[in-house]
Design a protein around this ligand. Structure first.
Ligand code: NAI
Length: 690
């Protein structure tokens, strides 16, 4: 089939030629709301490029026909079917060959980038001679592959250092961070960052340019000598070591190795890129990180049951949590009214919100717009207008009950009434309402801006309509909503607590804090439990343990009570288990090799509690449990979540149950395997393995 200009028609791409003899190649992946690259779309692109080899047109401009952006990257779902490294490498080579063909076209090639341009999308753009990006908050460019345990594979690790030099390129590839159009222009990743209204005109102008892009780096050439590469490679690896471990996250280390060995010498470097990513694609780390990527999608999809479009959020309580929840909602575009009985605390919260705005938004007009959306409201005038009302006052049942019976009278009948309580059962707070089943929990974690997860708590009879609306609201403010049953500690704190208690028990036995923390970090936790307790606040930990000691059958550790009684509450008071100087922890160095027993004790408690929560149906299935632990606790993503980890052990459950039995004999009844191990629920709830 051909179109008006006699050009062949395609399924995912359309090619037209205009009166200026310019070809416009629009990408519009069939059956998908976003453009991602898979075998079919790449094969078609290959076909198009073959047909363009002898074109008489002066240029080809590649652009997206979708509103959702340029190209979000490779279609990750196709990674799941890969069985061997050789098969993966072969697939990668096909893509590389197509992008090489694009780079070798005899005519000018231009990528017009609006919206997301990530991974394979940016690699496609890098194979073009010029890149023009729309200067808008929606435009995001980056090579985020390391976040999936792999690295760029369609020439990104070769073309980007060749274009902008190794220092800038490694920063972009090794962190996987997104760049705005302006930053991308500053770094030389794109040629222009332009407003939408002029981008097409600019593309036409570039189409008429004859000269090739000038090579802009002379210092970079010095950095490309072998001795310089060897020295720089060490620096890059040292920087990586400060954030991650090579054992857990090898992919960025492979990028450095390949660059040090092969520089950007095209053919050999491309081949090494393909071989290296082939191995990574079938590694456990990548498989688990891809699984985590899909778990995020699962949580987001759960929020689609309601088409609720909240605009106004009213927050009551401007303390640690309420203040930060209000700021986050304003950052994400909501109109927010913030109420507190102490106006001074509203002032403090607004100040913190301003800091968040400055850090996240950078542009003055955006900061001002966000701060305009956040309104101090000591008298609660916002209540009757709000679509969502979040209570985050002091953790006292009577205070919360008094507040909610007032709120019920004033709020719109369809507004969400939500509590941020960490410990009080929803049923108790809701008991004073005319319609107790209207109340939901929207449980944020501290620090609000950093924690991706929010638990959406429901009691047995909570109206589904309000749960669905709460889920939709959480997604709307770009957090991951996890539906959980109202039960002490919900999911995240309940699972975290036995792990924290075991850490304090180890301390009481005389094991040093740094040794305990090292054991957890070696396992892959983002921070050790002793430092975490200090960071959360020992008073808050103590209150949570007191609340959960019943359900966990645990004693409140004397050591923790002693610290709290002395007013040594952790980071916020400058002293807790550790001391703090200018907010930074002063940790005695530990050189001792940490015994495996320590990490086993910590992690077994966490795994056993996970099984208990699954048995009790705190969340609906194993995938949701894994997601909650990864995004709420920081359980190592490369291990795929606690239940997935249990199933991935050599002999699966048996292996972990045996260890629990051994530890029960050695350390006590707290290691008794939960009934859930035997109940079959664990097998039924086996994670999807996605
Ligand atoms: P906070 O003590 O920092 O703030 C509470 C605020 O509520 C204070 O500013 C106080 O003036 C105000 N307040 C008290 N009664 C009020 C009333 N009747 N009307 C208006 N304002 C009132 O407490 P925080 O830590 O922010 O906790 C708030 C809620 O969030 C609690 O339910 C807590 O369990 C929960 N939460 C706390 C977390 C944390 O790490 N701090 C984490 C997750 C939830």
């Amino acid at each position: 089939m051909t179109n008006d200009q006699g050009l062949k028609k395609y399924e995912h791409w359309s090619l037209t030629q205009d009166e200026d003899n310019i070809l416009w190649l629009l990408f519009d992946r069939k059956d998908s709301s976003t453009n991602s690259l898979n075998e079919a779309t790449i094969r078609e692109l290959d076909d198009i490029l073959n047909n363009l080899a002898n074109t008489s047109a002066k240029a080809v401009i590649i652009r997206s026909a979708k509103k959702t952006g340029f190209i979000v990257g490779a279609d990750i779902s196709q990674f799941k079917t890969l069985k061997t490294a050789e098969e993966a490498t072969a697939l990668i080579r096909q893509g590389q060959a197509v992008f090489d063909k694009l780079a070798a076209l005899p005519i000018t090639t231009i990528a017009v980038i609006e919206g997301f341009c990530l991974g394979g999308g940016l690699e496609l753009a890098l194979a073009c001679r010029y890149r023009l990006a729309e200067d808008s908050t929606k435009t995001k460019l980056g090579l985020p592959e390391v976040k999936l345990g792999i690295h760029p594979g369609w020439g990104g690790t070769v073309r980007l250092p060749a274009l902008v030099g190794p220092l800038k390129a490694m920063d972009i590839i090794l962190t996987g961070r997104n760049l705005s159009a302006k930053t991308a222009k500053k770094l030389g990743v794109v040629d222009e960052a332009l407003p939408k209204r002029v981008i097409e005109k600019a593309a036409r102008e570039y189409a008429n340019r004859k000269e090739r892009r000038k090579s802009s780096f002379s210092t970079n050439q010095l950095l490309e000598t072998l001795p310089a590469r060897l020295a720089l490679g060490k620096v890059f690896k040292r920087q990586l070591d400060q954030k991650i471990s090579e054992k857990h996250y090898p992919s960025p280390y492979r990028v450095v190795d390949n660059w040090v060995k092969y520089d950007t010498k095209h053919k050999v470097a491309m081949e090494q890129e393909a071989i290296s990513i082939g191995k990574l694609l079938v590694s456990d780390t990548a498989r688990n990180l891809v699984r985590v990527f899909f778990l995020q999608d699962q949580l987001k999809n759960l929020a689609k049951a309601s088409d609720f479009k909240p605009k106004h959020v009213h927050v009551i309580g401007a303390g640690v949590m309420g203040g930060d929840i209000a700021a986050w909602c304003a950052l994400r575009g909501m109109t927010v009214t913030l109420q507190d009985q102490a106006p001074k605390l509203i002032g403090n919260a607004i100040k913190r919100a301003n800091e968040l705005a400055t850090k996240q938004l950078k542009e003055k007009y955006l900061i001002e717009a966000m701060m305009d959306r956040l309104q101090p409201d000591p008298k609660g005038y916002g209540i009757p207008h709000a679509d969502v009302i979040i209570e985050a006052i002091t953790e006292k049942l009577t205070a919360k009950q008094g507040l909610f019976s007032e709120l019920e009278k004033q709020a719109k009948p369809d507004a969400i009434l939500a509590t941020n309580t960490s410990t009080i059962p929803l049923e108790e707070i809701g008991s004073v309402l005319k319609d107790p089943n209207r109340l939901v929990g929207i449980h944020f974690f501290n620090p609000v801006a950093k924690m991706p997860l929010v638990e959406v708590v429901h009691a047995p009879n909570t109206h589904k309509q309000f749960i669905d609306k709460a889920m939709a609201f959480v997604k709307k403010i770009d957090k991951l909503p996890l539906p959980v049953k109202s039960s002490p500690g919900f999911l995240v704190n309940r699972i975290l607590m036995p792990y924290m208690l075991e850490a304090v028990t180890l301390l009481e036995e005389g094991i040093s804090g740094p040794a305990i923390d090292k054991a957890a970090v070696d396992y892959g936790m983002p921070m050790g439990p002793i430092e975490l307790a200090d960071t959360v606040g020992l008073d808050i930990c103590l209150a949570a343990i007191q609340e959960l000691s019943g359900v966990l059958g645990a004693k409140v550790p004397a050591k923790l009570q002693e610290y709290v009684a002395r007013g040594e509450l952790g980071r916020k008071t400058g002293k807790g288990f550790y001391t703090y100087k200018n907010g930074k922890v002063v940790k005695p160095k530990t050189t001792a090799t940490v015994s495996e027993d320590i990490s086993n004790r910590l992690i077994l408690r966490l795994l056993n509690e996970s099984v208990a929560c699954l048995r009790e149906g705190i969340v609906e299935n194993a995938d949701l449990l894994d997601a909650g632990c990864i995004f709420g606790i920081g359980f190592p993503p490369f291990r795929g979540g606690p239940i997935h980890y249990i199933h991935s052990q050599a002999q699966g459950n048996e292996n972990v149950i045996d260890l629990l039995q051994t530890f029960k004999t050695r350390y006590g009844d707290r290691f008794t395997p939960d009934q859930g191990w035997a109940s079959g629920k664990l097998q039924e709830g086996a994670s999807s393995g996605q």
